[in-house]
Write a protein that binds this ligand. Structure first.
Ligand code: NAD
Length: 262
């Protein structure tokens, strides 16, 4: 962790859903947070910053497309300039495509890989370059999914991208351990966010079922008996960023209410 007085974190995809909850939680834990998201989500990102500030936390917004490497490098440089270091990178931004193999377009395939997999690569690399140079260690944390452990129907592109995130994370964990940098991913199940609403829309319209039924049937498959909330995931990320997780690296922590055992 950095020697600067302020512990700080970047969270990507932080204007919505899981990323939003992570940014708020890390700020509550005492981190100064960069709330990073696409330029089109600028108002929502500023709303998260305002919420953190209203609770006496420290945050700033940043516009970034994680699929564009120079933008990610600029985001890390601006964060370090502002807060004097970087302790935790949460590469959370992601997109979901719900389409059968026979209908998945190459544009959908490429965008999924560019955001979900290359996006994590860009974030890990830019953060790690700073952490290695600073010699302070740090935490790399990425968004995987239960789909990183088991492919599901109509999830080929999404699942492939998330398996890739786990592979990247396992390699990085070994490479960067000598620098005191850990790398772990979190693997949520069915979290009620705009992303899962779009998955439900896609599934139910293909099946000719009422909106909401895909989410409902997934809920019945969750042993803990309820949909996951963004806060359920944020609590795990808070742990991964904490001193208590210092001896944990290369792992995928499945947080899904008991659906899948890793
Ligand atoms: P969401 O759609 O609610 O939020 C995703 C955020 O990422 C949005 O604010 C969006 O603007 C941002 N984003 C998208 N592309 C971006 C890009 N190129 N650059 C920067 N920001 C970008 O999704 P969510 O449900 O909160 O998912 C967050 C992460 O958790 C994703 O990586 C997702 O794959 C993963 N995940 C979600 C679930 C779930 O059930 N919701 C389950 C497993 C994994």
């Amino acid at each position: 962790m950095s020697t600067s007085a302020v512990r700080s974190a970047i969270v990507t995809g932080a204007a919505s859903g899981i990323g939003r909850a992570i940014a708020v939680r890390l700020a509550r834990d005492g981190f100064a947070v960069t709330v990073a998201d696409l330029p089109t989500a600028g108002d929502a990102a500023q709303g998260v910053v305002d919420e953190i500030a209203a609770a006496a936390g420290t945050a700033r917004a940043a516009a970034v497309d994680v699929s564009v490497q120079p933008e990610v490098e600029g985001m890390v440089a601006a964060h370090v300039d502002t807060f004097g270091g970087l302790d935790v990178m949460v590469a959370n931004a992601g997109v979901a495509v719900t389409a059968p193999l026979l209908e998945t377009t190459s544009d959908q395939w490429r965008r999924t890989m560019d955001v979900n997999l290359a996006g994590v690569f860009h974030c890990y690399q830019a953060a790690a370059r700073h952490m290695v140079d600073a010699g302070t260690g740090g935490r790399l944390i990425g968004a995987a999914s239960v789909a990183a452990h088991r492919g599901g129907i109509w999830q080929g592109a999404y699942s492939a991208s998330k398996f890739g995130v786990r592979g990247l994370n396992q390699s990085v964990a070994q490479e960067l351990a000598p620098h005191g940098i850990t790398a772990n991913v979190y693997s949520p199940g069915v979290v009620h966010t705009p992303m899962w609403e779009s998955i439900d829309d896609a599934m139910t319209s293909r099946l000719g079922q009422p909106v909401g039924t895909a989410m409902q049937s997934m809920t019945q498959a969750i042993p803990l008996g309820r949909l996951e909330t963004p806060s359920d995931v944020a609590g795990v990320v808070s742990f991964l960023a904490s001193p208590d997780a210092g001896y944990l690296t290369g792992q995928s922590i499945v947080v899904d209410g008991g659906m899948w055992f890793s």
